[in-house]
Design a protein around this ligand. Structure first.
Ligand SMILES: [Zn+2]
Length: 504
């Protein structure tokens, strides 16, 4: 496996491409970070963990990665929340920057190279806006600076949106000071109010619009051209489209080579987001089940597939983490017991090429689920080999074989971050998580039971009996299954009567 074999799916071309960095062996990587107005929800967690995975995997494959993830600490949502609470907006934002960092730590994320905040990047943002005005890409109206979209010819190249079509969907009368309905704000004039943060600028007191921050931060820490830009799929339009328009207009070079987007987390059938009532915050989840369980859910599904949220995936995550950590404990016991003067230098059959296979999967558009599958094969083979050898000679794992397995465990952990530093204590935590999950499921069962009342159950039983009389077995089975899904069990007695009970 060498670094030249990495492929990435780029939203720009809608296909997998070979990773060809601007500077050999180095990656300039930017990922859009969270807006810190409240605790983050599980959907936000996916984007965070995927950004961390891209960072870790590229590092593990040998690249020198410079990684920037911002905090949006200046934003309307923050200002509104701060007004409700009667505190300055930056103070409110900082509280949630810190809470977010705690979540990131629980999710076993490693630190990016730079984590800038908007409030600390104002001079660079103003400088970039000035360049856009000087080059004729932006204009000023009453203290507000707007980007003139039609001036940027390749606008829409990422989202594949047509500017002409976009125009029809926008209500022009509201924004009649704009030269074009798609023009977006770079600098907003301050409306006053103590809570609202504002800075002096050539256009008067105000604050930056959202899109410009990422262009300015990326330029500040990574230069005019970067290799990879990541974010949730919801950021493609308009945020990333606007970043391209700003950066390329200001700097005159191609902004980013590969655009990476992770899919949503589906909660029920709706996209999971704060606007829905059914919010699960990362913090809630961590308190119940632990951060590594949430991280593992994201690592074990490919970042470009939709993730359907359910109790099942939590359970699967707990079980697989148990298997991994039991293996790590078993391996360490054998590793300690084998004497160093063991001169059997043969490789273990269990570690056969596994490291290479894991690297290849991760290099193939960050295919973490397939990489994990190879790791589980190693675990299975290791146990088989150990059990066979136990019958003959406990010490027949060679030092060579053990060091190969150790290398795989370390690589899996460095690239995917799924092995807890204290496996024994994690197993305890996982037991707790299992009990929590059972309790949660029991609550859900009660809710489900209450959703069908006794009258309705009886009606369905009568319907089923009629279906049986008509020899419509398919329908009869369907009714039985529907009831079973609602935790109601039917029992047919020989005299033809049907009784029901709640599933124990
Ligand atoms: Zn961004």
């Amino acid at each position: 496996m060498n670094m030249n074999n990495v492929t990435i799916y780029s939203t720009l071309t809608r296909k997998k491409e070979r990773l060809n960095p601007i500077t050999d062996g180095e990656i300039k990587f930017y990922s859009c970070g969270p807006t810190t107005y409240d605790f983050l929800h599980v959907g936000n967690g996916r984007a965070l963990v995927v950004g961390d995975l891209i960072h870790r995997i590229l590092k593990s494959l040998g690249y020198k990665v410079t990684f920037v993830r911002n905090f949006t600490d200046v934003d309307d949502k923050i200002i509104n929340r701060a007004k409700e609470k009667g505190v300055p907006a930056l103070e409110h934002a900082d509280i949630f920057v810190n809470e977010c960092k705690k979540d990131m730590h629980s999710l076993m994320m490693i630190d990016p190279t730079f984590t800038p905040k908007v409030s600390e990047t104002i001079p660079e943002i103003i400088e970039m806006i000035e360049r856009l005005i000087a080059k004729g890409f932006a204009y000023v109206v009453n203290g507000e600076v707007l980007y003139h979209v039609p001036r940027f010819e390749s606008y829409g190249k990422l989202s594949k949106k047509d500017l002409e079509k976009l125009q029809h969907g926008i209500r022009v009368e509201v924004d009649d000071y704009k030269k074009h309905p798609s023009d977006f704000v770079l600098w907003k004039p301050a409306k006053g109010g103590e809570e609202e943060p504002s800075w002096d600028s050539p256009w008067g007191k105000g604050r930056p619009g959202w899109h410009i921050e990422c262009s300015a931060m990326s330029y500040k820490f990574l230069g005019p051209a970067i290799d990879i830009h990541h974010g949730g799929i919801d950021l493609i339009f308009p945020h990333h489209e606007n970043e391209i328009a700003q950066s390329e207009a200001a700097n005159g070079v191609n902004f980013c080579s590969y655009w990476c987007h992770n899919e949503f987390v589906n909660f029920g059938t709706e996209k999971m987001s704060k606007s829905l009532g059914n919010v699960v915050t990362i913090r809630n989840f961590i308190e119940k089940f632990g951060g590594i369980v949430l991280r593992y859910i994201f690592v074990s599904s490919h970042y470009r597939t939709k993730l359907d949220w359910s109790d099942k995936i939590i359970q699967k995550s707990i079980e697989e983490l148990e298997r991994i950590h039991q293996f790590v404990i078993e391996f360490e016991q054998i590793n300690i017991n084998i004497s160093k003067d063991n001169n059997n230098n043969s490789s273990s059959s269990s570690s056969n090429n596994v490291l290479e296979k894991i690297k290849q999967e991760l290099a193939n558009d960050f295919n973490t689920p397939k990489a994990l599958a190879h790791f589980f094969t190693l675990i299975r083979d290791f146990r088989r080999e150990r059990d066979e050898k136990d019958h003959k000679d406990h010490a027949s794992f060679s030092a060579q074989a053990l060091s190969e397995i150790k290398e795989i465990i370390d690589f899996v952990n460095n690239s995917m971050g799924i092995i807890h530093p204290n496996p024994a204590s994690l197993l305890n935590e996982l037991n707790h998580a299992k009990r929590e999950l059972t309790a949660t499921a029991a609550n859900a069962t009660t809710a489900a039971v209450n959703s069908i009342d006794e009258q309705e159950i009886q009606k369905m039983i009568d319907e089923r009996n009629l279906a049986k009389k008509e020899k419509n077995w398919a329908k009869a089975d369907e009714i039985r299954n529907t009831l079973k899904q609602n935790k109601i069990i039917l029992k047919d007695s020989p005299d033809g009567k049907t009784t029901w009970s709640y599933e124990p």
